[in-house]
Write a protein that binds this ligand. Sequence first.
Ligand code: ZN
Length: 317
Amino acid sequence: MMALGIDLGGTSIKTAVVDITGAPVGEGKEKTPAEDGVEACVEAMLAAAGEAINMAGLRREQLTGAGIGVPGVVLPAKGLVVEATNLTGWVNVPLRDIMSRRLGLRVELANDANAAALGEARFGAGRNVKNLVLFTLGTGIGGGIIINGDILVGANGMGGEIGHTLIEMSRPRPCGCERFGCVEAYAGALGIVKRAHEALAEDWRKHSALHEVAEREKLEAHHVFDLAWDGDFLAKEIIAKTAHALAAGITNILHTLDPELVLLAGGITKAGPRFLEQVRSMVGEMALRQVRDTRVEYALLGDKAGVTGAAAMVLAA
Ligand SMILES: [Zn+2]
């Protein structure tokens, strides 16, 4: 049994034909024509799908179906992409029917971070786990919640938007969602860099090695992590605050859902075991006794989680 996964990203479209274990037997990739409208994106998805199916040496009718992860708000039951802000013209697009007609296959949709959570649950760090929460840490923070093996979609397609749970009420930092005080504003890569720049504006901190990096090049989150592990006082302080903010977000979700497992995915997984250890120990301090020992781990599938999770939607468990 094989299924097609399509991961529609803001810059590229990745496709894979995967078997029942989630192993890819064919893959494809196309650039996303993000500014050219829905029809151009559909054609590019079909091209990338064709590449994966050809590489797998299969005919379309041998597939059980196709799953599509979309970077936006999705209502899977209606087959609708409500909005995808990084793709021009994507408002209320009946993508399931469009793609089902063009592919001649059963098609299912999901938000991309939700698809990634399903991928990890079925084939990655969450195998054998029925209830898990995935935080996707990049420039911003996305997320997905798997309950009894299925994606929690929510009434408005907004289930799992855990990056925008609030952790700061007094003097909150502005978030990418144009609101204030969200986890993302503190633990997203953009938040980390902003915090570093603010700290460096004060003279007494300029003997931090972060100051030299910021003078030389564009400061990025990985610089802060690297220098923290080298022992730089300011970088250590910023990373501790980042871990604290993330731990607050995790604690909120532990107290809301009591999942078996929390996974951290995205660029931050490169920060290594020490960051994970900091987050775990802060969760241990903040969370109620009964959920304090919930496993917090890094995800395993990297950028393959989205495309395999998309395929998982049309692969029977
Ligand atoms: Zn927000």
